[in-house]
Ligand binder design. Sequence first.
Ligand code: MN
Length: 738
Amino acid sequence: MAYTATKEEEAKELARRYKDLLKGTYQELSNKDKASIRKAFELAVEAHKPQRRKTGEPYIYHPIAVAKIVADEIGLGAISITAALLHDVVEDTDYTIEDIEQLFGETVARIVNGLTKISHLKKDDASVQAENYRKMLLTLNDDVRVILIKIADRYHNMQTLDAMPAHKQTRIASETLFIYAPLAHRLGLYTIKTELEDLGLKYTEPEVYYDIAKRIKDTKEQRDNYIDEFSSIIYKSLQDEKFDFEIKGRTKSIFSIRKKMLKQGVDFDEVYDKFAIRIIFKPQSHDEKHDAWKIYSIVTDHFTPNPIRLRDWMTQPKSTGYEALHTTVMGPKGKWVEVQIRSDRMNEIAEKGYAAHYKYKHGSEKETGLENWLNKIKDALENTEANAVDFVENVKLNLYSKEIYTFTPNGDIKSLPKGATPIDFAYAVHTDVGSKCRGAKVNGKIVPLSKELKSGDQVEIITSNGQKPKLAWLDYAVTSRARSKIKNALKEEQKKLGEEGKEILHRKLKTLKVKFNEKTINELVNFFKLKTSLDLFYRIGNGSISNTDLKNYANQRSNSFTALFKGKRRKKTDPENHTNEVTQKFDLLVFGKDEETLPYINAKCCNPIPGDKVFGFITINEGIKVHRVDCPNAVSLRANYGYRTLKAKWIDSTQREFKINIMVSGIDNVGIVNDVTLVISNAMNVNIQRINIDSEDGYFEGHIRVSVKNIEQLNKLISSLKSIDGVMKVEREKESKK
Ligand code: MN
């Protein structure tokens, strides 16, 4: 439809839209507020005057629409409405941030500045993109209103996406699904989140979208009838109790139906055969919780509840701030119906999220989950060195994840994402508790640090001053807070080891009569197939490049020029100018807890490559097949043949560890266990996996399992153990007892 409007019509329409904006605000506006909004409106009209939207409409319709969403649907106040009207002014016109600051003050200018920075994301490169998202999330640190207005901006752009060329539609829609919908979800903007998801699906998978939309329409009458039937049964009882209430059927969004269909591998009818209704009431008393339970009791007088489907989000709200009482009951015709019971206040929070919270929050009230969450994000943001892709992935994980509630020994609640382990818990308590975490007790029992926590678990962290964060922790830490703290600590450790390694290399080359200079370092980096000099120094520091390896290099060097020749063809590395990160290689696939290498083949259905998250599947005729974790077949393989799957992961072969059993025996004396453990933990990068010492009549025998990088490390360890006073025999044991 082509856009046609005369100047007069446009002026009229503009006035109408402006009036409409002021009419629908969620928060009450003072005269001063209105003056500021008016000023912003006039400036924006003036500034955007020459611009048109892709539809042909005046550009100013867009900022007004965004301001309307901000004022009405998100429910923010005058400062945000002003900033929303101005959000594209600095980006698109001659006005500067300084102008805005002068005219509207520091806060509005800061928000507009934040919004201008975010909109500078134009590149398609994934890592540039990720960096942009990171910048966007960083603005959370300044003012959460920036993100809220940005979401409103995106929401309006999605509503008007039809005017864009097709390739842009797909890109914008994917980006919306990737980051904006999860953000809206996490900030409690349920209505907007749902709309963003549906619109996202409409432009990324139009056939799916229209197909589901049509089926919803076709079944609407039938569904409405069922809801009416259900409602009529409880209606009278609620009225008898003098409740002021409303019953609504809750329609599932197209996107969520699609998600369920994919996740459960079922078709539309199966997903859609589940009904949900919402009862929204005005509290009768000061105790809305009490009222909610009263309604629950009325509902369950008529319908049998499913006892395992009761969720009390009133006593412990979700960290988005969501409050309600959910139950599932057996409705007419033997169908399960989810019933959500909310006061009007709870309903407002459910729809508006942040702003409603703000409105209802009083000084003395408990900290809300949202603030907790914002603090968590801020924590993660402190770690500015983190790789942007990782960072966004982590934050995203935390955006959508389900939550569990766990307790400290004192009974304090720590909310964590589903899948969290004691390591996450430890870091949630305090960074120091995390980094010194040695073990954990869950409900009084010692558990491995990799154990997945459940809601209601009481967790006690055992710390020790000698403990340091370990690489393996990254295998089971899931919160971005824990992961970034661990990574930072490891990086520090790597730097330190790198410096030590450089010294060691200097000495060792001297004995091998090789000069320590840039050329040699480059040759070594190439010889060991590494990327940077820091990689080299680090691996020498931690012992994974052994004396024998260095000797091999020296021999090859004197024997031929090949190494040199190869060295020239590779990229040069400058020892002083390396990146400050040790690069990870993924060149070896290992299986099981003991990280064994086994023969395997790659599954054809998903073709995993080094670095992918994978698992092994033991086939009848073809040995182990390796699938990606996100392979379409993975879910059913794991569900139906769990016993035939095998943990697998890609590792860096130069950093591989071997698990070795050692037997130590001798004359028992006070403190022998201490001496033995001290020697092991002082040995560079040797970890104790298990230790078991028995003593009888002055004689002791110990079995120790350690992980080492190579035979030299092991020999060194054995000779140190032998030098302990009282130790008489140290032997490597055959791999027998598992
Ligand atoms: Mn905009």
